[in-house]
Design a protein around this ligand. Structure first.
Ligand code: ATP
Length: 734
């Protein structure tokens, strides 16, 4: 009972240690272990005591009469360890002791109980016979003899094995006595002696029996004491058992409590561990946050540091800039002063420049007028000479002339290789072209030929449409002035005739026809202020296989391709017309481009073999200009223009005949075969002495076309030298 409060007293400790539950629990368990060890030690001591007790009981049972008087003291002493707190082992030991005592009582003697025969000494004691010598010596060693009951001594005496021995011993001892008596007294003495001895023995036996009876009585009283002791011990034992049971119940209760507490504790520990893990996780998160924050802070610190550095640099720069600014302000005010004075100078200079500009404009005007006069004079000379003027134009090498090449450098190299050797030596008037060729003589000797040609103007490959038109624009003016003007392009296929005459789609590539029309429109507008009104009409024909095709006829017109076109000359007016041809009134320059495009598409539609057709066909665009001066009453000047094309051989014949006639000294009339071809017939009035004719010779720049170029150049030279007579204005009296 004393232990339970001691264990319970640990509960407050546990509560006190609630801050460190695991540690407290361990302490509790250790305490428990320590207590168990103490209890075990105590139990062991108690067990040892109980083990000692039987010895004490045995010692009491075997005690000699002299010692039996003190037997109560050891018994009392033996009772002392049997206190109520002894455990089951102790009780078992006591029980065994008790059983041993009972066993010895049933044999009516106190067994000799040692620790080795504890619980099994009774049978040995019962079955082992005691030798007769023990009985013989029992007078001096009564305590070693078994306790004698009433039947005991007699049983010991009548024991078969003992009697002969006793008789023999007695006989042996008596025999020695008798043998000495016989030798002295005889048989009666012997009997007497024996009888006396028997009487002595009987007296001794009785004395022994009395003494034994006394001892037995004494032993019985001891046994009775022991039995009393035993009863007391049994009582103590049952109390001890009750206590033990109580202890066990307490122990069970305590164990349950322990289990409960252990479970609770385990649960608490688990919860605490979970809490701990959660706290650790939170701590890790907080640590991570802290680390990130620290990094951020470090970055911010660096940024702040950099900003501070930048700020200090900026403030230094600002100081420097302020100083510079001040210096610049000073400089600025000085410059402003300079500027003011310079402004004055500039104003003076401006005035001067304006004066100079005016002078330049005047001079330019003069130059232009001089140039115009020069051209007019030149034209006049030509008109007076009556020659057909010839321009020569060499087109550039085109990409389509080159094979496919891997690089621009390679392309440039091949481009140079493909070029014919042409020179343009006249850098001032641009009237000359020189061709170089290499040929082999019959002897196999290489011969270098140089061909020089001179024309009214030579245009190099780099020349532009605008540059060419600049030279032609005078003719457009002549048109307005009432002259027939014929501009025709001549040259081998692909040499640039169409490009020169019609041009490309852009303003810069526009050819001579749209540019001439545009100029006529512009001049006619200018002439309005002088009372002139102009009507412009256009027609576009193609002569192919000696048949005339109308290129401007709408494709929707009935029998468009079946119409017959004949050329008519009016000898009175000198006017040439083509029957059934479409004549389009022109309202604007842009309209002409549309007409050219329409004509181009019709030509394409009609064409089956473009190259062949192009080399055999001749297209003629005619711009007819009719001008009436409505200012005052006179309506005098009417201008009519005819454009011509050529049929090359017939043209050559016509030109040759014209040349012959011009150079004829005999004054003999030379037949001019105008009717040999539609082209020459169409151009009759343009090639006769009443018109201004310009032939543009187009040349290919390629070495491969060298022979063609030479032929063209020779023909153009012939044309250039042909005198067709002086042009006359066409005017119709109102
Ligand atoms: N001065 C130039 N600058 C640039 N390209 C040119 C020039 N002259 C001609 N060409 C180009 O050369 C090519 C052939 O020119 P074009 O068609 O005018 O030759 P053509 O003499 O009219 O030929 P064909 O007699 O076969 O009708 C065209 O692609 C044209 O654009």
């Amino acid at each position: 009972m004393s232990r339970l409060p001691r264990l319970r007293s640990s509960s407050p400790d546990r509560r006190a240690d609630s801050s460190g539950p695991t540690l407290a629990a361990t302490a509790y368990v250790n305490t428990r272990k320590r207590k168990s060890a103490i209890e075990e030690d105590e139990e062991q001591d108690t067990l040892d005591e109980l083990i000692q007790q039987p010895r004490k009981f045995a010692a009491l049972g075997n005690a000699r009469p002299t010692r039996s008087r003190t037997a109560a003291a050891p018994a009392a002493k033996a009772n002392a360890p049997l206190n109520p707190s002894k455990n089951a082992g102790n009780l078992r030991a006591s029980n065994s002791n008790l059983t041993s005592s009972t066993g010895s009582e049933s044999n009516t003697k106190v067994p000799t109980l040692s620790s080795s025969n504890f619980g099994k000494g009774i049978p040995k004691t019962v079955t082992r016979p005691r030798p007769p010598t023990t009985l013989a010596r029992s007078t001096t060693r009564g305590t070693s003899a078994p306790p004698v009951s009433q039947a005991g001594p007699s049983r010991a005496i009548v024991r078969p094995g003992a009697k002969p021995a006793t008789s023999a011993a007695a006989t042996a001892r008596g025999g020695r006595t008798l043998r000495s008596g016989v030798r002295k007294t005889g048989p009666e003495d012997k009997i007497t002696t024996i009888q006396s001895q028997l009487a002595t023995l009987e007296a001794a036996r009785q004395a022994d029996a009395e003494r034994l009876a006394e001892e037995m009585a004494s032993e019985r009283s001891k046994v009775s004491e022991l039995q009393n002791n035993h009863l007391a011990l049994s009582k103590q034992l049952s109390e001890a058992k009750t206590q033990e049971l109580n202890h066990r119940r307490e122990l069970v209760t305590f164990s349950d409590e322990m289990d409960e507490m252990r479970k609770k504790h385990t649960k608490e520990v688990m919860e605490l561990e979970m809490d701990l893990r959660k706290k650790e996780r939170e701590a890790r998160e907080v640590t991570e946050d802290l680390r990130v924050t620290r990094n951020d802070l470090e970055r911010e610190r660096l940024t702040v540091e950099n900003l501070r550095t930048a700020m200090s640099t900026q403030s230094q720069t600002q100081l420097t800039l302020s100083a510079e600014n001040q210096a610049l302000h000073a400089q600025l005010s000085s410059l402003q002063r300079q500027l003011e004075s310079m402004n004055l100078e500039v104003a003076d200079m401006k005035e001067l420049v304006e004066e100079k500009e005016k002078a330049v404009i005047e001079m330019k005007k003069e130059v232009f007028e001089s140039e115009t006069i020069r051209r007019k004079l030149h034209n006049t000379i030509l008109e007076l000479k009556g020659n057909i003027r010839v321009f020569c134009r060499v087109r550039p090498v085109l990409s389509s002339d080159l094979p496919a090449l891997p690089s621009p450098e390679e392309e440039e190299r091949v481009r140079e290789e493909l070029k014919a050797k042409m020179d343009f030596p006249d850098n001032h008037d641009h009237k000359e072209i020189v061709l170089h060729s290499t040929s082999e003589s019959a002897m196999g000797i290489e011969r270098k030929d140089v061909y020089n040609f001179g024309f009214d103007r030579v245009f190099e490959p780099e020349s532009t449409q605008a540059q060419v038109f600049e030279e032609i624009s005078q003719l457009a003016q002549s048109c307005i002035d009432g002259y027939n003007v014929c501009i025709f392009a001549y040259g081998q296929t692909g040499s640039g005739k169409s490009f020169t005459m019609e041009g490309g789609p852009t303003d810069s590539t526009a050819g001579m026809i749209p540019r001439a029309v545009e100029q006529v429109f512009r001049v006619s507008e200018e002439m309005k202020s002088k009372g002139w009104e102009y009507k412009l009409e256009g027609q576009f024909l193609e002569i192919y296989n000696e048949a005339i095709h109308d290129l401007l006829i709408p494709s929707t017109a009935p029998d468009a391709d079946k119409k017959k076109h004949d050329i008519k000359h009016d000898p009175k007016t000198g006017r040439t017309s083509v029957t059934e041809v479409t004549v389009v009134p022109l309202q604007s320059p842009s309209q002409v481009r549309v007409l050219l495009a329409r004509a181009q598409s019709r030509r394409s539609v009609a064409a089956t073999l473009m190259n062949e057709r192009s080399s055999r066909s001749h297209s003629v665009f005619t711009l007819r200009i009719s001008g009436v001066n409505v200012a005052g009453e006179k309506k005098e000047r009417v201008k009519e223009t005819q454009s011509i094309n050529k049929s090359l051989s017939a043209l050559g014949d016509v030109i040759s005949a014209l040349g012959e006639r011009g150079s004829s000294l005999s004054g003999k009339e030379v037949h001019i075969p105008y009717r040999n071809s539609k082209l020459t017939y169409l151009l009759q009035n343009s090639l006769s002495g009443s018109s201004k004719t310009l032939m543009v010779l187009n040349l290919s720049p390629l070495a491969a076309h060298m022979n063609e170029s030479l032929t063209s150049l020779r023909f153009a030279t012939k044309v250039n030298n042909t005198n067709i007579g002086t042009a006359k204005k066409l005017a119709k009296a109102s």
